[in-house]
Design a protein around this ligand. Structure first.
Ligand SMILES: Cc1cc2nc3c(=O)[nH]c(=O)nc-3n(C[C@H](O)[C@H](O)[C@H](O)COP(=O)(O)OP(=O)(O)OC[C@H]3O[C@@H](n4cnc5c(N)ncnc54)[C@H](O)[C@@H]3O)c2cc1C
Length: 460
């Protein structure tokens, strides 16, 4: 049975206690009947599940990606929950091995307690699992780093034949396994390269978007980490640019008992733009609570001030709220053209702005199916929050439908763990390693058991 998945599904009403379905995190897609879920506790049990499966298998992490990545629908299909396999497995001087389903916040807490960090900066939230983050190319910001998958030194997984592999960076197929979309096997452990912890001072600013193309390149070349929110309607950009903290800043953090230091000088240059965005968000979501979660994602830009903290305290501060999120990675060299196209399109059509455009750049990735494979990349992020009744603002969605093709035409490739329209991409043209990836996939999963309907279509 083939299930049709709409691109932007409505949220489903809260399940009743007798509801026997499993939904994704956004609750907009049914992943499986509860009876299809299996929870192995050991690699041996996982191997048995895979060997004995007569249908399809998908492996779920925190289920934060669009449901079509994870959904299975036939009676013999299995949805594997590896949440019992989490935590630290091994530690040495330069690396820590975690079970694949360890949530990222636990990875960061453990590393922080050891005075260590990853080279990869964190995403906005840390409720993803390590394996889920790896498998979709989850990333943060800064040209001197890339995806979390780029900090993996060794990946342990059970393939579609039930065989266990321990693969390190010297293996010629490592680049496939780093970001495998859950189509090569079930990841049970990941060894992450670590480095000594550092502190950062993040300088926040509000600038005109007139020179955004030049500024974006300069911020990213100058600062260790850089992130920006582009308010098109106000032609303004809010920036967070961070460098390593100096001695005085470090001691301010220590005196604050290791908590994030918020410096006293507040600036109100973003307040008007934030109020306008809040008005749109309120109209679009019809959420009445002034402090509603989606609103807090933008009110924090009001009266902004510089901060000092570790990379997780500074950047991993998102508020996870049900949303449609699209993120398209454009080669950094094409970012000025992409910005010019968005500006021209905005000037001509004045589309509705539900939320500012989020701009984050990363350095090249080794993962074959990363949008940043061997290329510094600028990611353009878009968010539309769900309304209280589970609907989505039609104008917000119109924006997404119009902007994704513009970026695809500039060489953009979608984040695999977010929403995208697969009809816009010729995968083998997007990814030079596409056919090599298919060969690896066929070797590890000759029965195609890891391909649900959506992935079978993408991989065909
Ligand atoms: C609110 C929100 C904020 C986000 N912020 C960011 C961000 O800042 N930066 C960013 O890059 N992305 C971000 N994302 C995207 C998110 O990181 C991805 O969707 C990620 O895959 C979610 O991890 P998960 O554990 O929920 O994986 P799931 O959604 O459960 O699974 C995703 C994929 O990983 C595979 N997988 C999961 N576990 C395993 C395993 N053990 N073995 C093999 N395959 C496995 C699944 O089969 C599936 O293909 C955000 C998403 C949301 C909803």
């Amino acid at each position: 049975m083939t299930i049709f998945h709409p691109l932007f599904p409505r949220r489903q009403p809260d399940a009743s206690p007798t509801d026997a379905r499993v939904l994704n995190w956004a609750k907009n897609t049914t992943l499986a009947e509860a009876s299809a879920v299996t929870v192995p506790e050991t690699e041996a049990q996982l191997q048995a599940v895979i060997v004995n499966c007569r249908g399809k298998i998908r492996i779920m992490g925190s289920r934060m990606s669009p449901g079509r990545m994870l959904a299975v629908s036939n009676p013999d299909d299995v949805l594997v929950d590896l949440s019992r396999m989490r935590g630290v497995l091994a530690v040495d001087d330069d690396s820590v091995t975690f079970a694949g389903s360890t949530p990222m916040h636990e990875v960061y807490e453990v590393l922080t307690s050891m005075n260590r960090m990853l080279n990869a900066s964190p995403g906005v939230i840390a409720s993803q699992t390590l394996a889920g983050a790896l498998s979709t190319g989850t990333h943060g910001q800064g040209l001197q780093q890339s995806a979390i998958a780029d900090d993996a030194l060794n990946i342990r997984f059970v393939d579609g034949n039930g065989h266990l592999h321990n693969m390190d960076r010297s293996h010629p197929w490592f680049g496939a396994v780093q970001l495998g979309l859950g189509t090569l096997g079930a990841i049970t452990a990941v060894t992450l390269r670590t480095r000594p912890s550092a502190l950062y001072t993040c300088f926040k600013d509000a600038v005109s978007a007139d020179t955004l193309a030049e500024d974006l390149a300069q911020w990213n070349q100058t600062w260790t980490f850089s992130k920006a929110w582009w308010f098109l309607e106000e032609n303004k950009v809010h920036t967070w640019n961070a460098r390593e903290a100096n001695e005085e800043e470090r001691s301010a953090w220590e005196q604050n008992h290791g908590d994030l230091v918020t410096l006293d000088d507040t600036r109100d240059e973003m307040n008007q733009a934030v109020d306008k965005t809040l008005q749109h968000m309120r109209n679009d979501t019809r959420i009445v609570d002034e402090n509603g979660k989606p609103f807090r994602t933008v009110t924090r830009f009001k009266d902004f001030s510089d901060v000092i903290g570790d990379v997780y305290q500074v950047f991993c501060r998102g508020i996870a709220t049900p949303q449609i999120n699209i993120e398209i990675g454009v080669p950094l060299a094409n970012a000025p053209a992409a910005i010019a196209r968005i500006k021209a399109w905005y000037a001509k059509t004045h589309p509705h702005m539900h939320y500012p455009i989020i701009l984050r750049c990363t350095g090249p990735s080794d993962a074959w199916l990363s949008p940043s494979w061997q290329t510094p990349t600028c990611y353009f992020g878009f968010v539309v929050y769900y309304a209280e009744d589970g609907s989505l603002s039609e104008e917000g969605l119109e924006f997404l439908r119009a902007v994704e093709p513009l970026l695809a035409e500039e060489g953009g490739k979608p984040h695999w763990g977010k929403y995208f329209d697969p009809r816009l991409y010729d995968w083998s043209a997007c990814y030079p390693q596409w056919s090599a990836f298919q060969e690896v996939r066929q070797a590890f999963d000759p029965r195609g058991i890891f391909l649900n309907d959506f992935l079978a279509e993408v991989m065909s």
